[in-house]
Design a protein. Structure first.
Length: 106
């Protein structure tokens, strides 16, 4: 099975650049399947990011976000070697998280 999340974190000067790809169907509840039946709503409700255990991003999403959402954000005050963790939960009770270490700038 493919990974449910991918993350990259790298310093760019004094700011950490974080990029996360979340594999999720993000169904709006308005599409229909081949038999004409509505596909049930299924979307990410909450996304949280932490830097060394401290919350730096807390977002509430809805069904208006595209399938397999990409999230990019920057963190001031981070440094190479710090740990970044991103987690999500959805309206069906599913959840996932991923962690990485911030890489030094190239």
């Amino acid at each position: 099975m493919a990974e449910a999340m991918k993350i990259r974190a790298q310093m760019q000067g004094e700011i950490a650049d974080i990029k996360v790809l979340i594999l999720h169907p993000m169904e709006t509840g308005q599409r229909k399947d081949a038999q004409g039946e509505a596909i049930p709503i299924h979307f990410i409700k909450q996304v949280t990011a932490t830097l060394n255990g401290k919350v730096v991003l807390d977002a509430q999403w809805s069904q208006g976000i595209a399938k397999n959402p990409f999230l990019g954000f920057k963190i001031k005050g981070a440094k190479a070697g710090d740990k970044v963790s991103v987690s999500w939960s959805d309206n069906k009770g599913e959840a996932n998280s991923i962690e990485t270490t911030i890489a030094a700038a190239n």
